[in-house]
Write a protein of this length. Structure first.
Lengths: 483, 86
């Protein structure tokens, strides 16, 4: 679940500072001062000391510049941030190759080594079943309490089960618990590593880590450069979930995007309308050929999960392109040579966009909001204007869980085909197991919508609004649009 | 009857992005005993962020300007001041 936390607010503040320097054309000159500005000497440190805070901020900036922190060489610790900015310019987008997510070792607290911990509810009883039943003999007795040796413990949980006072608790590692595909694990030092061959870029670990140790490798460097360069044409492709992200109307937001420097604005919900149409036709054709069911293909984290972990159900996944790609394709024909920038809540879209010929860059709402602050643009005070490409309310509903399947089943019904709908709302180990056998579970003639984020895109890792608020806002707006 | 507290939530972009989005949940979190004492207004930028070292998000409660506001901070404030004035 997406909840407000200090780690994400600090990240937004840093993006504001970064963007201000880019707008002023002073990134290389001033970027090395940002850690000091963000964590000044006279303000209480969040971590052990101000120097540790600054070291972490330095790594955040390296990730904001698009680099993978895993690639750091020992001598790079002495490098200036200006030299990274220089390298970002010379290497260009080739530096973005590889995994979208990166772990800041310096921020990862190597939090939990063993999943079981004896609390002070331990009574120091005579029976001591924890000690008697531990298969690794790793529990000792100190100061009247049982104590688990974290280095030896294998987290089997027997001690917690046998404790008569329930004084031994299970503590998860937040990022590992959040990962639906076991792609993030501790190394021998207890620091987390992401296995790119397993990772589906869903971003759940990034949301879960209380230390903000996981960062996405951002493309704000390219994007800020492009929108501040009047000679470079840019298109903002705004995802359906953008409604409700700024507590204001879509029309004001379109003006704000233009003021920020985007030359054109296109609603990706237009591509969603098109995708719904194509997906419906595809579904009917497949069902007529005897296939039992078909799943959606618009969620890139789900598609990557199928490619990496559920290969057997690949034939059931729709071949329809995502709304982002259809809209990008359209924008490419409309404005040849323009840089097409997808603006959304999603991290997996970054990976999808890098594989796609129709999108150049991706930006999250969180980054966009920080750009507005840096540019001094108040979205609520902008006048209304129209996007260059607008959509219907069908496509706009793709942002909320259930919106895709509702669109498809309704379109199928209009064509005289009765289709059952099923929604997989959020990917986790359980829903992945369900998906593995999905064709045996659902009744023939079912369309299955799969969303990696619970609640749909409005609960993505890059959102600003609380998903409850965003959903209310979206529903209100769609009601007004439909007389 | 005039309400005891008029709460103005700043929904300017700076406040909204830097934590103010969560304040949209305030109405759902006002305790039952305070509900009829409180009027919540959603406002455009109240310009509090224009000061040096401003700490958004901002909420104005009657004459008091709260910086780094959160739902919990606002509810605490209301509880405290309701008792004080009673």
């Amino acid at each position: 679940m997406n909840y407000i936390n200090n780690a994400s607010l600090l990240k937004r503040q840093l993006i504001v500072r970064f963007a201000r320097l880019m707008f002023a054309g002073k990134l290389k000159e001033r970027i090395d001062y940002l850690p000091m500005q963000q964590a000044p000497r006279d303000v209480a440190a969040v971590r052990c000391c101000v120097h540790h805070d600054r070291a972490v901020i330095r790594y955040r900036l390296i990730a904001l510049l698009g680099f993978a922190i895993e690639n750091e060489k020992p001598e790079d610790e002495a490098r200036s941030l200006a030299s990274y900015a220089e390298e970002a310019e010379t290497l260009g987008e080739s530096r973005l190759a590889g995994s979208v997510l990166t772990v800041i070792d310096e921020a990862c607290s190597a939090c939990i080594r063993a999943n079981y911990r004896v609390t002070n509810a331990c009574r120091g009883c005579v029976a001591r079943p924890c000690i008697m039943n531990c298969p690794k003999s790793c529990i000792s007795f100190e100061n009247g309490h049982a104590l688990i040796d974290e280095k030896v413990c294998i987290s089997c949980g027997i001690c917690a089960k046998v404790c008569p006072y329930h004084s031994i608790i299970y503590q998860p590692i937040p990022c590992e618990e959040a990962c639906p595909v076991d792609a993030i694990t501790q190394d021998e030092r207890g620091k987390e590593d992401i296995d790119a061959t397993k990772c589906i870029n869903c971003g759940k670990c990034l949301q879960a880590c209380p230390f903000g140790a996981i960062m996405e490798r951002s493309e704000i460097f390219e994007i800020l450069r492009a929108i501040t360069n009047p000679a470079e044409p840019t298109v903002a492709l705004i995802a359906p979930s953008i409604i409700g992200q700024f507590n204001t109307s879509l029309g004001k937001l379109v003006t704000a995007l233009r003021r920020l420097g985007f030359d054109h604005v296109a609603e990706v919900a237009w591509g969603a309308d098109l995708a719904a149409e194509k997906e419906t036709a595809e579904l009917i054709e497949r069902l007529e050929h005897g296939q039992t069911c078909m799943t959606s293909s618009c969620c890139p984290a789900y598609v990557e999960a199928v490619d990496k972990h559920l290969k057997t159900i690949k034939p059931l996944v729709s071949d329809t392109l995502s709304p982002m790609q259809y809209t990008g394709e359209w924008a490419g024909r409309q404005w040849p040579g323009a840089r097409r920038i997808f603006i959304g809540p999603c991290i997996a879209k970054r990976a999808e966009a890098r594989r796609s010929p129709h999108i150049e860059n991706t930006l999250t709402y969180e980054e966009l909001g920080s750009f507005f602050i840096a540019a001094g643009i108040d979205v609520t005070e902008c006048e209304e204007s129209k996007a260059d490409l607008e959509a219907s309310s069908v496509g706009r509903k793709f942002a909320v869980s259930g919106g895709v399947s509702a669109a498809i089943t309704r379109a199928a019904a209009a064509g005289g085909h009765a289709v059952t709908e099923k929604v997989i709302n959020g990917l986790d180990t359980k829903s992945l197991a369900t998906l593995k056998a999905i064709d045996k579970i659902v009744k023939p003639g079912t369309f299955i919508e799969v969303m990696s984020c619970e609640g749909g895109c409005i609960n993505g890792p890059g959102v600003i609004s609380n998903p409850v608020v965003a959903r209310r806002f979206l529903e209100k707006m769609l009601e007004e649009k439909q007389p | 009857m005039a309400k005891k507290f008029k709460i103005t939530i700043c929904s300017g972009t700076t406040c909204y992005v830097l934590g103010g989005a969560q304040l949209m949940m305030l109405a759902d979190s006002i305790p039952a005993e305070l509900k009829d004492q409180v009027e919540i207004v959603d406002s455009n930028c109240i310009k509090a962020c224009h000061f040096e070292n401003a700490q958004p998000p901002f909420v104005q409660i009657n004459d008091y300007l709260m910086s780094q506001a959160s739902v919990a901070k606002v509810v605490d404030y209301l509880r405290k001041h309701l008792q004080e004035q009673a």
